[in-house]
Design a protein around this ligand. Structure first.
Ligand code: SF4
Length: 334
């Protein structure tokens, strides 16, 4: 690394810290290339990342995650947080991918907006070191917001980045970051995100169920946040929309073999049934779920539903609901 003009690849999450890190380096005449990893349930926001990158005028490349990320969640090496969030493994994964991109575009180093001590699992000194080493970036991972509290990286050691221009922010407080945002006129940043659904107990339960039943492809997992989930038995799972938007999203993302079921007047939740060749009992139970979450919830008259296979919407059939108790529903809800 012996250049006049440096290029750095930065992880841009859509939060304030990473965009501040980018701005600090940009002001030190580093060419910035932002990258954003889009996880449908993650702690980052794609739209905000795009907006903030535009605010400070840096290019941003979006990486869509795929099956390989599911393996990280299933088999984390460095443990999980309060739910199924493997934050250390997740960061290592992002940085390993970023390192590949750095080589591809012949950039000089990677940066992130991490702050020492800000998050219990992945931002303690040991974790920061561990993440840097495991992603093969020892000496090439600069964290401008807390760099003065960490070992100097190669660009600092070689005098290509002036370490005194970097910061020493530590802990969970946000005062210094907010003051910097004001100084740089970055006013459209979001509040710190509560974040990642992997930390959520309910979402984690759905995910565990999906893994247990080998429904672990990325396209299935990415829709787990949508709807109410019911595990009917080992072969069947039903998903019920909670509002019109979810009903539309469920139909749009149904696989060819899925059964779609609704009230004939469509005034209620749409249900998607996953699993091959359901019996009449399974279909009646699904109809009962729709009834229980519709305007007919207190009626003791079993309602008639229509259903069809997603790939053959012209072949509609009818089925009557069975009346389900609240306890019966609780037993199967995920
Ligand atoms: S909270 Fe942790 S597991 Fe979730 S996306 Fe962020 S780093 Fe990954």
């Amino acid at each position: 690394m012996n250049k006049k003009s440096l290029t750095a690849v930065g992880l841009i999450s859509g939060g304030l810290d990473s965009i501040l890190a980018a701005k600090i380096l940009k002001d030190l005449n580093v060419n910035i290339v932002g990258i954003h990893f889009h996880i449908p349930w993650g702690c980052a926001s794609k739209n905000k990342a795009i907006e903030l990158a535009q605010t400070i005028e840096i290019p941003l490349k979006i990486f869509e995650l795929n099956e390989s990320f599911i393996e990280i969640i299933k088999n984390p090496k460095y443990g999980i947080g309060s739910g199924m969030n493997p934050c250390v493994d997740c960061k290592i994964y992002f940085l390993t991918e970023a390192a590949k991109y750095m080589k591809e575009i012949n950039a000089d180093f990677i940066f992130t907006g991490e702050v020492l001590g800000q998050r219990p699992m992945s931002q303690l000194k040991n974790s920061l070191r561990q993440i840097e080493k495991a992603s093969g970036l020892k000496g090439y991972l600069l964290r401008p917001l807390c760099a003065q509290l960490l070992e100097p990286t190669f660009p600092e050691q070689q005098g290509l980045i002036n370490r005194t221009q970097l910061l020493a922010i530590n802990g969970r407080g946000r005062k210094q970051q907010i003051a910097l945002a004001k100084k740089y006129h970055i006013l459209n940043y979001p509040q710190p995100a509560g974040g990642c659904l992997l930390t959520d107990k309910n979402f984690s339960r759905r995910l565990k169920d999906a893994f247990h039943h080998k429904e672990d492809n990325f396209s299935t997992i990415k829709f787990l946040p949508i709807g109410r989930y019911f595990r009917i038995n080992k072969n069947f799972k039903a998903i019920l929309g909670r509002n019109q938007n979810e009903n539309i999203a469920l139909i749009k993302n149904a696989c060819d073999e899925d059964i779609i079921m609704e009230l004939p007047d469509k005034l209620g939740p749409t249900l998607i049934l996953k699993g091959a060749d359901p019996s009449q009992d399974v279909l009646s139970l699904c109809a009962g779920l729709i009834q229980k979450f519709s305007k007919h919830k207190n009626s003791l008259t079993p309602q008639k539903m229509i259903y069809w296979k997603a790939q053959t919407p012209e072949h509609k059939k009818n089925i009557h609901a069975i009346i389900l108790s609240n306890e019966a529903i609780k037993k199967i809800q995920l």
